[in-house]
Write a protein that binds this ligand. Sequence first.
Ligand code: NAD
Length: 495
Amino acid sequence: MTVQDIAQDYLSTGRLEALPTGHFIAGKVTPSSDRRMESFDPGRAEAFADFSLGGDAEMDRAIDAAEKAAMHWRQVTPAERCRVLNNVARVFRDQADRLAVIEVVDSGKTLAEAMGDVQSSARLFEYYAGAADKIDGRSVNLGPDHTAFTVREPVGVTGHIIPWNYPTSTFARGVAPALAAGCSIVAKPAETTPFTALVMAELLSEAGVPDGLVNVVTGLGADVGAKMARDPRIKQLTFTGSVATGVNVARMAAPNVTRLTLELGGKSPLIAFQDADPEKVADGAYWAIFSNSGQICSAGSRLILHRSIRDEVLALLTDKARQIRTGHGLGAPDMGAINSELHLSRIKAHVDAAKSRGANILTGGDVTSDADTGKGWFFQPTIIADLEPGDPAVQEEIFGPVLSVQIFDTEEEAVALANGTEFGLIASVYTRDVGRSMRVAGALDCGQVSVNDYWAGGLELPFGGNKKSGYGREKGWEGLDAYTKVKSVTISNAS
Ligand code: NAD
């Protein structure tokens, strides 16, 4: 079946073929419990399936299975881990069409975005397949009396709490390095996007990942997520989501001194200086805020413009934003849906509050629907101009297609505005002056900076935040650090 066939089948029946109905524990889909929850297609605002709400018992069984599997996997040769991970990448590519359609229906994103996520998930497995047999220690020179070296050991069972904005690739960016390092996995997808993690777990098994090594338990964050965070058998917890939940998870994990990676979102700036090309800036800002309907932790949600190019950039950008066609992800729109009705209401509340403060809204500002069917949860591409640094639309993460614009006159002012929130995830600088780009990149308090392009590289680069955007790094070689622990070994050379 082609991707169009799978999509057409869903659009005419409102159902997806062969969705797993239970949790994935110890290598199989387990019988589902009585407690179930409906899953909604955000592009239609209609339920298309339901899934199992796990509890302590299911999470317990999953961690048990992962603990047993970890003991075996850590003994498997790195070359064999490498072979299995490469197989996973191949199976994901074979199943890309099916996975992408499920992701569209579950999350609301466009098919092109979902395809990109599936391909980058396959790439993550290839990248960490290449790393699996290169996780070496080093020898350390202590002089003639001793021989000393370090080894990198797998941490054991790892827990992964996944958000709803990138369900496929967030799953892959935690699972792939954990497997490469010799760890086992228990994952909990978000309540509104449970299906791709379950399907990916089935595909991992098909690709030769041993039973029990990757387990997926669906359910509410407050139930199965909290149980995972509190369990002492989890040795590393990788969380992606909101600051409030991340802080809560850190509190729950603290008594066991569980290692944590927190990826908590941002309010990332795109700074454009007077010598930047206005068309490039408008183009960069467009993709930075309207990709994935703005539901990206690293979205460029603040445009910080030099006063001299304000009018030209905003005219170009507003014109582009007004042409965006929102619609169901399978209908090839420019922008997809907002993931849930609850989240749509949060975005609306942010924008309504800005309106009541007298905000200068250049375009958008309200909820909308699929241009063809009149259904679904959508928000208009929105630009709010000329905001003061303390304005809530500048300070708070809206996590939707809403861009806040600030104006500056000097380089110092631009850096102060860019650094002037509690977040520090990524940033971008548009200028033709190389010296200035390096000065500003050095002064920005964040985890990634790109120059004259918004998205700062791919999965080969470490990704993660400073300040309340979190700590720890995923992707790149540094993405292995969370899943390995370093041991030093010293031998006396005395005869
Ligand atoms: P959330 O932080 O509540 O959910 C993220 C994940 O945490 C989900 O899997 C959820 O089930 C789980 N979770 C929730 N409560 C938990 C608990 N008590 N213990 C353990 N796990 C728990 O996010 P949300 O409510 O879905 O979205 C709210 C805000 O989060 C958004 O407006 C956005 O700002 C932010 N967000 C950020 C990202 C990101 O990529 N950084 C992703 C999604 C949401």
